[in-house]
Design a protein around this ligand. Structure first.
Ligand SMILES: *Cc1c(COP(=O)(O)O)cnc(C)c1O
Length: 219
């Protein structure tokens, strides 16, 4: 399916005005579809599966900024460590330690976001408020050299009830602001997908992850 160029340009304009970063979520989409957006100047792409990402990364231009947004297993970190731009879905200290280790091996500082569980659904991954506090505390205590936590990510409930969605985004934004004062510098707040990004932007998001609007629905 071809990329919706018009939707991309409109979205890009809207996000530029709001100084929010657009991550084009290209999971299940082909290298050709990604290249279509690339040729329009787009560079930030998000993927959920390590194998799929590693395969696409080999095929596509080196200046693409790849974001990992799915559940990341520790034993797969080494496959993406050499090139990943931002791991958005960090949900345990063990995972951070592994990212740090692999970052050291490839002489990189790997930027990460901590994923917070804000939805009602139990199935979604992420930290609760207490775990978040604990991880941030550990990170500043350990002074890890090859990993840099610089923000938070969250997914709202899958519901048409926009007030619920808004409240979940508000909650994450509040946590984000609460840690502005700590010695860990949180700069990125990644929230909002195709169905809820306008609400996310209103509630303080500065990075959205959008697939369906750009690429059409997935099989
Ligand atoms: C698939 C996915 C998205 C994009 O979803 P759309 O509804 O297609 O915009 C965003 N974030 C995460 C974590 C995803 O898995």
């Amino acid at each position: 399916m071809p990329v919706n160029v018009e939707a991309y340009q409109q979205l890009k304009k809207e996000l530029d005005q709001k100084e929010a970063v657009l991550v084009a979520v290209s999971k299940t989409k082909t290298a050709e579809e990604i290249l279509e957006l690339y040729k329009l100047g787009h560079r930030d792409f998000g993927e959920n599966y390590v194998q799929e990402l590693a395969a696409k990364q080999k095929l596509l231009p080196d200046d693409i900024r790849w974001h990992f947004i799915g559940h990341l297993q520790r034993n797969k970190v080494k496959q993406i460590a050499p090139f990943i731009q931002l791991v958005q879905s960090v949900d345990s200290l063990n995972l951070i330690l592994e990212i740090n280790k692999q970052g050291e091996k490839c002489k990189r500082v790997i930027p990460c976001l901590l994923q917070v569980h804000i939805a009602r659904e139990e199935t979604k991954f992420g930290l609760d408020e207490q775990e978040l506090a604990e991880i941030l505390h550990q990170c500043s205590a350990l002074q890890l050299k090859n990993v840099q936590v610089n923000g938070l990510m969250g997914m709202a409930s899958l519901t048409g009830d926009m007030q619920t969605v808004r409240n979940e985004f508000k909650y994450l934004h509040r946590l984000f602001l609460a840690y502005q004062t700590s010695n860990i510098k949180l700069e990125t707040l990644s929230m909002g997908m195709s169905s809820d990004y306008p609400v996310a932007l209103e509630e303080g998001s500065n990075m959205v992850r959008i697939g369906t609007i750009l690429f059409g629905s997935r099989n």
